[in-house]
Ligand binder design. Structure first.
Ligand code: SF4
Length: 489
């Protein structure tokens, strides 16, 4: 049984950022080549840190869906998923970790395909457009390597690179290339902020085709959203499996753990009402959704006001929808589509096997721009917990510190919108990435006290830097309240 995990970035602010991973997973599932395909994301759920909780298959392949070998593939993904290198043996599991998709030679085919689909001919120039960064030389290497692979095929009159954040910059493309038509292929995974906004704005593009002084610039979608990326993932997974093949059955092999019995499904879980033949979201159920977990997942990505919901447990689930339990769809499928990993964490909690990670451990392991979150004071940590987890249908069962029991003054407090009887609780075993992002802002406000602003409901849920953000304003007001005013100390 082989389980393929697509590890990616995701975003707290951009709803489109993780869609390529979900589409890629769906297309790989359709091939039937792997027993199961799932996604694990740095900024969204299921998180990198917890996605393996749901996997009991003995053979697992983690493919990082990133463009280059760098900080995320070398540091963040292995750290969060607790991987020890290309092969991690954990209990009965063999977890392979492959190089990122962006470094595979087959990606050159996807770049060429993108240019040809946009109409590129042998007389044209193909420009591989990368992000680049002066902070990591590895990042540019891959862009150059891909351009060289494409150039070696001699399919176009010219082939070269351009970067957003380093030289040679994208603004000088028209001077550096001689061909009348330039085909610019973004070497990016998602159609996100850079591909959709900053690049077109900085290049003053008119759309897919821009005419300038008798020359033409054609801007293609990014390589990461091309259907051919699935073939690259398949090849990476197969290479990893052939290097560390599943062992032949042996009586000495570690036994596969017995499946954990599921606790009975409650009538209410988070904001869901579970009936024998259907599951309903909050409010009067009038909108019928198809019995398809992907359709449910997409529906609950935005709240009633159309705002992106990066925190799946946030108590702003869209209202008035229901989904029939038919065509093989179970109540647990719906719960998982709305609250990823909720069913597995409930089962593990009931069985006493839930791995709980305290807040201080999570903050200690942060690196890069989040490293400083470990300096947030104990009071600040409590305030963040109360402000954010109080808005979440999950109940934190993680303690604030490693040496504190999960009971006593730091005991997780009821935060669900429903009375949190054990059977109706969704345990949260580890502070999430939204929590860490808010902790970073809270530290800045501790260092430089900031007065709260009026709440503006149009501000995105996780735009904590933006005045008017509801969580930000709650937090700032609590931070400024005098000691003894019901504020955690
Ligand atoms: S850390 Fe808090 S906000 Fe994040 S998922 Fe857990 S309970 Fe929800």
């Amino acid at each position: 049984m082989t389980h393929l995990v697509l590890a990616g970035h995701g975003s707290h602010l951009n709803i489109d950022s993780s869609e390529p991973f979900h589409r890629l997973a769906a297309s790989l599932r359709a091939t039937g080549q792997f027993d199961t395909v799932s996604v694990a994301l740095w900024k969204e759920e299921p998180s990198l840190a917890r996605a393996l909780d749901a996997i009991s298959d003995p053979d697992v392949v983690v493919v990082p869906v990133f463009i280059s070998t760098g900080y995320f593939t070398r540091t963040v993904v292995p750290r969060e998923m607790r991987l020890q290198g290309p092969l991690t043996i954990r209990g009965h599991q063999r977890i392979r970790y492959t190089p990122p998709v962006g470094t595979h030679p087959r990606l050159a085919d996807v770049i060429i395909e993108r240019a040809r689909e946009a109409g590129a001919q042998p007389s044209d120039a193909l420009v591989v457009l990368g992000h680049g960064t002066r902070r990591d030389s590895q990042s540019e290497k891959n862009v150059y390597a891909m351009a060289e692979r494409v150039a070696a095929r001699n399919l176009f009159a010219e082939c070269g690179v351009a970067f957003i954040d380093q030289e040679p910059g994208m603004l000088t493309m028209l001077e550096r290339f001689q061909a009348e038509r330039l085909f610019v292929v973004p070497l990016f995974i998602a159609d996100g902020w850079h591909v959709g906004e900053t690049i077109p704005a900085d290049l003053a593009l008119d759309g897919p085709e821009t005419r300038r002084n008798g020359r033409i610039v054609r801007y293609t979608p990014p390589v990461g959203t091309h259907p051919a990326l699935a073939a690259v993932v398949r090849e990476l997974a197969q290479e990893a499996l052939s290097q560390a093949p599943p062992p032949s059955p042996s009586p000495l092999a570690p036994p596969r753990p017995a499946p954990i019995p599921e606790p009975p499904t409650p009538n209410v879980l988070g904001s869901l009402r579970i009936e024998p033949t259907r599951v309903c979201g909050p409010g009067e159920p009038t909108i019928e959704l198809p019995p398809d977990p992907e359709a449910i997942r997409r529906h609950v990505r935005v709240d009633d006001a159309g705002r992106y919901r990066p925190l799946t447990g946030a108590n702003n689930l869209p209202s008035r929808w229901w989904v029939p339990l038919r065509d093989g769809l179970t109540a647990n499928d719906v719960i998982e589509a709305v609250y990823p990993l909720a069913t597995i964490h409930r089962s593990q909690q009931a069985a006493g096997t839930l791995r709980i990670v305290p807040l201080d451990e999570v903050l200690e392991r942060q690196t890069g721009r989040y490293e400083e979150t470990r300096q947030l004071s104990p009071r600040g940590r409590r305030i963040v917990r109360d402000a954010l987890c109080g808005q979440c249908a999950r109940t934190p069962v993680w303690p604030l510190t490693t040496d504190h029991p999960t009971s006593g003054s730091d005991a997780p407090r009821p935060t669900s919108c429903q009375p949190p009887t054990p059977s109706a609780q969704i345990p949260c075993p580890e502070p999430c990435s939204v929590f860490v992002a808010l902790a970073r802002e809270a530290l800045a406000w501790e260092r430089q006290p900031t007065p709260p602003s009026p709440v503006d409901p149009s501000v995105p849920f996780a735009a904590f830097e933006e005045p008017g953000n509801q969580i930000r304003e709650t937090l700032l007001a609590t931070m400024q309240a005098p000691a003894g005013a019901g504020v955690p100390q």
